[in-house]
Ligand binder design. Structure first.
Ligand code: PMP
Length: 398
């Protein structure tokens, strides 16, 4: 007997997690798989942040249910961070802390969307946006920035995608999966379109803020007239190597922050108290370790760019942030090694796993079926070996 809801039956499985599971399966069979499929920093959480959590345990003050939206002093620290680093004015009661930025985004869609509402999604996009929109009863409307335009959607494209049903727009900058970064000028052009539509909220996912090689992260919410229209999503996972601590947060217009608080109060209640204390330490300390990690990612970006460009048929942009490459590999479509035919990016990802023992993710999951995504949050040794194997395996295709 199977009694699953239509909602769950229709829901896409996270492609990145599915690929990671497949890679683990191979590893369990003793196969030496190099995993470039997950967005997972390979650094340890900096020591002073670990210490913040240890101190919190020793203080024995943080074992009870925290307020649903997070401890007040942590929300105040986030409010100050927004002001100091991003020129964003959100008071502490406009902040909601959640179990990762993923839950932050899920809350926002649950709070905003009625059945049939449209959400413009800049593509390529982070895999979970579409599933979370659909789960809330919304309809994702994809607008594609192609590799020719560094994967960036223009203001004109945005304007053309907006209909009377459009409730929100979501994008990430720096972008997962393309590494593209919107400049302040580009965001200004987008904001002019947004301000022309009264009932349109922007969800700006800035979780890769600190992994930005342009030297200037710009927040759309800081632009004239935009703060009342913008939900800024951020979190500890990427910039502080804290994926497993599960701390994400939003700054939002008060009416929406309150609604997210209400949603979260029913789904999960507050995020873990000790994890919040670790986040507090991170948010109130010097960003030195974060800057060091970003420097290392930049070094790897340059290395991987050269290595990928040496593979025939790979077309890459030069990512300006995050830690992914999203090469266009469509030159391989229609090729075969005599046994396996490559007809799409999923075929190529499987071919790479089977023949190079490297896990990557098909671009279909991110809204661009010509591409695959590789994460370079891995050691230099693994990156060199992985790309060497990929190149060798692909040479069998003709
Ligand atoms: N947004 C983007 C663009 C991401 O890449 C990720 C993590 N892969 C998230 C949000 C979710 O972050 P968290 O781990 O805090 O849930």
């Amino acid at each position: 007997m199977e009694m699953l809801s239509d909602r769950i039956k229709n829901m896409a499985e996270s492609a990145t997690l599915a690929m990671a599971a497949k890679a683990r399966e191979y590893k369990a069979r003793g196969i030496n798989v190099i995993s470039l499929s997950l967005g997972e920093p390979d650094f340890k959480t900096p020591k002073h942040i670990q210490q913040g959590a240890k101190d919190a345990i020793d203080e024995e003050k943080y074992f009870a249910y925290p307020p649903v939206n997070g401890y007040l002093d942590v929300r105040q620290a986030i409010s100050e961070k927004f002001k100091r680093e991003n020129d964003l004015e959100y008071s502490a009661d406009q902040i909601v802390i959640s179990n990762g930025a993923k839950q932050s985004i899920a809350n926002v869609f649950q709070a905003l969307i009625n059945e049939g509402d449209e959400v413009v999604v800049f593509a390529p996009f982070w895999v979970s946006y579409s599933a979370l929109i659909e789960l809330a009863g919304g309809v994702p409307v994809y607008v594609n920035g192609g590799i020719e335009s560094d994967f960036k959607v223009t203001a004109d494209q945005l304007a053309a995608a907006i209909t009377p049903k459009t409730k929100a727009l979501i994008f990430s900058s720096p972008c997962n999966p393309t590494g593209s970064v919107f400049t302040k000028e580009e965001l200004l052009e987008l904001s002019e379109v947004i301000l022309g539509h009264e009932n349109l909220v922007v969800i700006a996912d800035e979780i890769y803020e600190h992994i930005n090689y342009t030297g200037a992260h710009a927040s759309i919410g800081a632009l004239p007239g935009m703060i009342d229209r913008t939900v800024t999503v951020n979190g500890m996972a990427k910039g502080f190597a804290m994926t497993g601590w599960r701390v994400g947060y939003i700054g939002a217009p008060l009416w929406l922050a309150r609604a997210c608080n209400k949603v979260q109060g029913q789904f999960t209640s507050a995020n873990c108290g000790i994890a919040q204390r670790a986040a507090y330490t991170a948010l109130t300390s010097d960003l030195g370790p974060t800057r060091e990690m970003a420097k290392e990612y930049l070094r790897r970006r340059d290395l991987v760019k050269d290595l990928l460009d040496s593979i025939p048929g790979f077309k890459t942009n030069l990512p300006q942030g995050a830690f992914y490459f999203f090469p266009d590999i469509s030159a391989y479509f229609g090729k075969s090694d005599g046994e396996t035919s490559i007809n799409n990016a999923s075929d190529l990802s499987m071919f790479i796993l089977d023949h190079a023992q490297v896990s990557v993710v098909t671009g279909e999951a991110f809204g661009d079926p010509s591409c695959i995504r590789l994460s370079y949050a891995a050691s230099e040794e693994d990156l060199r070996e992985a790309i060497r194997r990929i190149k060798e395996a692909l040479a069998k295709l003709s």
